[in-house]
Design a protein around this ligand. Structure first.
Ligand SMILES: Cc1cn([C@H]2C[C@H](O)[C@@H](COP(=O)(O)OP(=O)(O)OP(=O)(O)O)O2)c(=O)[nH]c1=O
Length: 236
């Protein structure tokens, strides 16, 4: 069973590698801005679904282009394939405020002040999307390269969202400035990395640690198993 991790997150790559999962990587770029008053649940579910749709669109384009040019697609999809997408956010105790990657120090320090000396949650949603391309006998997709045909079809998909409570120590302005200048906050939800320097800010967590880092490993492996069982039912 081929697995594509559609993520540019080095942490997600490391975690899936640590679990000895064979996978290929592709990056997708989507607009991650939350809608006005969008709930954390709606936002995170929309993010993983949008990332999956973007990955499928990219793969379809690749398949159609390679068929037209008689080239081998970069990501060959000759049998059902699982596409994994994920999104990680912080959520404040109000249950409504979503903490995403910081735009600048002002944004980061505002989030950190809201998390200082208190407990917030980190949510990671993961979506597994089982796709397949129907190949004809000569190994080309029987959908031809008609611009309107999309070689990939979605056979099954499932989303999970895991939540972990994280408690911070009281944070001073000097601590926040020092952390910002480390460069670590810039590409992380809530502007911190529990696996990095921000470990010193955490008194305790309640829930999955890997979920905070960006991929709840046990839950993701169970999701992959469910997708593989479904593929067996599909007779892959
Ligand atoms: C809270 C927390 C987040 N993070 C990271 C995990 C994610 O990479 C990032 C959240 O941003 P995401 O948008 O979920 O992921 P990403 O932009 O890094 O990658 P992609 O969208 O391509 O999948 O924050 C940590 O590394 N440590 C932490 O403690």
């Amino acid at each position: 069973m081929d697995i594509i991790l559609a993520s540019g997150s080095p942490r997600r790559h490391e975690l899936l590698t640590k679990a000895k999962v064979d996978f290929t990587i592709m990056s997708v770029n989507i607009d991650e801005a939350p809608y006005q008053d969008e709930s954390p649940k709606d936002y995170i579910e929309r993010m993983v679904a949008t990332k999956a749709a973007a990955a499928i669109a990219q793969l379809n384009t690749e398949l159609k282009t390679s068929q037209k040019d008689n080239a081998t697609p970069q990501v060959a999809i000759a049998k059902p394939t699982i596409i994994l997408t994920a999104d990680t956010i912080g959520v404040l105790p109000d249950g409504k405020t979503v903490l995403v990657k910081p735009k600048d120090f002002q944004h980061a320090s505002t989030m950190w002040q809201q998390m200082s000396d208190d407990t917030h949650q980190v949510w990671t949603a993961v979506q597994a999307t089982l796709v397949s391309v129907s190949l004809s006998d000569d190994g080309t997709t029987d959908t031809g390269i008609d611009a309107n045909s999309e070689p990939l079809q979605v056979l099954w998909q499932r989303q999970i969202t895991e939540r972990t409570e994280v408690t911070f120590i009281p944070l001073s302005q000097a601590m926040m400035e020092r952390y910002w200048h480390s460069g670590e906050p810039k590409d992380k939800a809530g502007g911190y990395g529990i696996q990095g320097l921000a470990a010193a800010w955490v008194t305790h967590i309640n829930g999955s640690y890997t979920n905070v880092v960006g991929l709840p490993l046990a839950q993701t492996l169970a999701l992959i198993d469910a997708a593989q069982s479904r593929a067996n039912v599909e007779g892959s």
